[in-house]
Design a protein around this ligand. Structure first.
Ligand SMILES: C[S@@+](CC[C@H](N)C(=O)[O-])C[C@H]1O[C@@H](n2cnc3c(N)ncnc32)[C@H](O)[C@@H]1O
Length: 202
């Protein structure tokens, strides 16, 4: 089995224009838009984990949501702040590691478009605990990750519906899952899962 190489996120954002990154999508991801409709969430507080260039956080703020958006990479947060200022929207961008988070408070929804599927498998339980702490019972995680239908094993981890269900089962219930693509700059677009998970009552 190929040994997994974890990206150096700091250097990636320092050295590469965000518009060239595989995950860059300048607009609200259509799967995220559909999932927000599915949970009937049209306002409130959203936490965007691993926001990168901040495209989704900015789109959500432009639609009236109150958004906190975090990333491990300070260089990504700098880019995202500048883009929000240019767009004229307010987003609270913070450098924060999802696996060693200093965030507090609760959110109506947490979104993750491509962060979870890059994390070391041994730390997935810590990720689930972090998300569960930020959601009230009934709050939602909207998660986009690579699908098991994406060929190869280079890049992010791939998941089946059963694997997503199992990883989150202790704290969140999988309520909706669609096979889709990861909208970005690659051709063809990678196969992806769009997942809605609901925080269980404590
Ligand atoms: C595939 S990119 C997706 C970026 C963004 N969500 C988007 O849709 O454009 C994954 C992001 O997760 C961030 N990331 C990776 N590990 C992280 C961690 N432990 N804590 C916070 N962010 C992390 C990376 O810096 C990167 O910006």
């Amino acid at each position: 089995m190929t040994e997994r190489v974890f990206p150096d996120w700091h250097n990636i954002y320092r050295e590469q224009p965000v518009e060239t990154m595989p995950w860059y999508f300048d607009g609200l991801d259509p799967d995220l838009a559909r999932d927000l409709e599915a949970i009937d969430l049209h306002g409130g507080r959203i936490l965007d984990l691993g926001t990168g260039p901040g495209t989704q956080a900015i789109e959500l703020a432009a639609r009236g949501f109150t958004v906190v958006a975090t990333d491990l990479a300070a260089a990504a947060i700098e880019v995202a702040r500048a883009r929000a200022a240019t767009r004229g929207v307010v987003v609270e961008f913070r450098v924060d590691d999802v696996l060693d988070s200093t965030l507090e408070g609760r959110f109506d929804a947490v979104i993750d478009r491509g962060c979870f599927h890059t994390l070391p498998p041994a730390r997935r339980g810590d990720y689930v605990a972090m998300v569960a702490d930020r959601l009230p019972p009934g709050g939602h995680l909207l998660l986009k990750c690579f699908s098991h239908l994406q060929p190869g094993d280079v890049g992010p981890y791939r998941f089946t519906a059963a694997e997503i269900e199992a990883v989150f089962a202790s704290a969140l219930e999988l309520t909706l899952l669609r096979e889709t693509v990861y909208h970005g700059t690659l051709d063809p677009l990678p196969r992806a899962l769009s997942c809605v998970l609901r925080r269980r009552a404590a």
